[in-house]
Ligand binder design. Sequence first.
Ligand code: BJW
Ligand code: ZN
Length: 244
Amino acid sequence: MASEVLKTFLKKDKRVAVLTGAGISAESGVPTFRGEDGLWKKFKPEELATFDAFISNPQLVWEWYEYRRKLISEVKPNPAHYSLAEMQGYFESFHLITQNVDGLHQKAGSKEVIELHGNIKRNKCISCDKRFEEIELTSKEMPPKCRCGGLIRPDVVWFGEMLPAEAINKAHELSSKCDIFFSIGTSAVVYPAASLPLIAKKAGAYLVEVNLERTELSHLADEVFLGKAGEIMPEIAGFIKDKD
Ligand code: BJW
Ligand code: ZN
């Protein structure tokens, strides 16, 4: 379990930043993007998650998102999500940054989650940028159209698109000012999110990785937990609780 060094970082006054990726939701039943179990193996994310893909085949991309929305609406947070929600109450400074668009951290009770890649429940018009909640879209057209005539797309960040400025700026700041940084369930290959653990490490943070397998980041991490986030995160949160 947690090394003696890690235990010294699990103190109230330490500043904690956490980056999560698709692997944290895998045990809830949400497929990851890459790797053996990636449901989207049929399609590479780079083939569907781009504006060009949407323009060339809006129906296919919209259907992919509709399928995922339905799946996400039917799943629940798992022990890893709940452990992070619990941990936020322990530290004076605890910030959760996610690449996920599934909203499961919020469902588990995490507050002020920084969403780097948007949220699958929201949509926006490609022409006038008007935002729509999923439930507002009643049209059977796929994809639906805005009143201005523009196509409506999911409000997520595709390859080649800028991340929401406020989210990435805040994430940079938190990463450069934390004492301990957790990278959980991410292959750490998609930038700029993948640069956050590197920023933290460079600024002197203790870097902890939790993943089923080694990643591009592992050689830089101070501690690597190989295994399921749903099993490892409750142990880490449990250790914090047991201390009190
Ligand atoms: C478990 C587990 C369990 C499983 N427990 N672990 C060349 C070099 C560098 C950068 C670039 C480059 N060419 C292009 C770029 C930029 C590009 C990029 O990084 N590409 C790389 C792939 C090379 N980035 C961008 O384009 C970004 N924008 C940008 O850079 O803007 C500036 C710019 C603008 C214009 C021109 C150029 C630059 C935007 C990136 C947007 C990513 N969007 C997606 C889709 C979101 C919407 C949707 O959901 O549909 O985000 S792609 C997809 O990947 C999604 C994810 O958030 C993201 C990261 O994936 P993640 O979360 O890491 O998942 P996986 O599946 O990869 O990994 C899961 C991990 O979990 C695995 O390691 C498992 O082992 C593990 N695991 N079960 C613990 N139970
Ligand atoms: Zn519009």
